[in-house]
Design a binder for this molecule. Structure first.
Ligand code: GTP
Ligand code: MG
Length: 305
């Protein structure tokens, strides 16, 4: 029997980079569907999210991570820690750099030094080439090559998909022979309710101004399947201040309605069925200090206060 068994390949690819580099956008592009949330605000991803792509004999497990930055708060520390940790489990590392920023070389050199310190080699993906003057890319790629940290350099647009297939092919080559880690039809490792709560959190990032989304969380309350196959999902949006509550609700409830509508549309696509979404807004000054919250989202609460 064993001799006839088909060879399979499976492994982990970590997507790392500064906040806003486009890691989650790239994950969704590689997966061909949205499983990780994306917004123009930095530090959108809080939880390490696995995207599981099984094609024929190969299973690539992409690890989307929170952005790497200098942490200030407890939540920041837990996020950055989770991101660095993901490198330890990876068969390949993709360092994503937003080439469209004013000084992409600064972000590149900080992260390159850190990879060196950790004795890791990576593939560099210069992202957002759709928004960059191409003459700026070559010097950046050259500089990266000189560091000796990168085995390959790709120029991609996670948004348009340009260059993403080449990157995918290169990654596939690095996946070792191994049994599959996940069921062939599983696409994500987040519990369904948390994945659903993330879709709502994306709307907080997209629809609320400035700092408010950073001080907010979305807690899953329940998810039930009705007899007709539709899903009833209840979630609570937690804000840190009572004064934030009316902002999230909006005039006559208009904002919360819009948040709910957009999240529901995503959930309908994700679960491929009718979804009823009920949102409540509560204030809890201390949610960022509650260990239970970190446990629920798989983050390390840490010791330092
Ligand atoms: N023009 C352009 N924008 C992009 C591209 N990739 C991502 N973006 C945009 O960049 C912003 C950040 O994208 P995300 O995918 O959320 O970035 P991230 O690296 O996951 O960010 P964090 O989770 O905050 O660390 C979003 O507004 C994306 O639409 C790209 O290739 N071109
Ligand atoms: Mg992200």
């Amino acid at each position: 029997m064993a001799e006839n068994a088909k060879k399979t390949y499976a492994g982990f690819v970590a997507l790392v980079g500064a906040p806003n580099a486009g890691k989650s956008t790239l994950l969704n592009k590689l997966m061909g569907q949205k499983i990780s949330i994306v917004s123009p605000k930095a530090q959108t991803t809080r939880i390490r999210t696995l995207g599981i792509l099984t094609e024929d004999d190969t299973q690539i497990i992409f690890i989307d991570t929170p952005g790497l930055f200098a942490p200030k708060t407890r939540l920041d520390r837990a996020m950055v820690q989770a991101a660095w940790q993901s490198l330890e489990d990876a068969d390949a590392i993709v360092l994503l750099v937003d080439a469209s920023t004013r000084k992409p070389d600064e972000s590149l050199s900080i992260l390159t030094d850190e990879l060196k310190r950790r004795k890791k080699s990576a593939i560099l993906a210069l992202n957002k080439v759709d928004a960059v003057d191409p003459t700026r890319l070559l010097p950046l790629a050259q500089k990266a090559n000189e560091t000796g940290v990168f085995s390959e350099v790709f120029m991609i647009s996670a948004r348009t998909g340009s260059g993403v297939e080449d990157l995918h092919v290169a990654l596939k080559k690095r996946i070792p022979e191994s049994p599959f880690y996940y069921d062939e039809d599983q696409i994500c490792d987040l519990p369904t309710q948390i994945l659903a709560a993330e879709m709502t959190r994306e709307q907080l990032y997209r629809q609320l101004q400035q700092e408010l989304p950073y001080a907010a969380a979305v807690l899953p309350e329940s998810l039930e399947e009705k007899e007709d196959g539709s899903l009833v999902i209840r979630q609570t949006i937690i804000v840190t201040r009572a004064t934030h509550r009316p902002i999230v609700l909006g005039k006559g409830g208009a904002r919360i309605k819009s948040i709910g509508e957009k999240a529901r549309a995503d959930l309908t696509r994700l679960f491929e069925r009718k979804v009823h979404l009920f949102l409540e807004v509560k204030a809890d000054e201390k949610w960022q200090d509650r260990p239970a919250f970190y446990r629920m989202f798989g983050l390390d609460y840490g010791k330092r206060t």
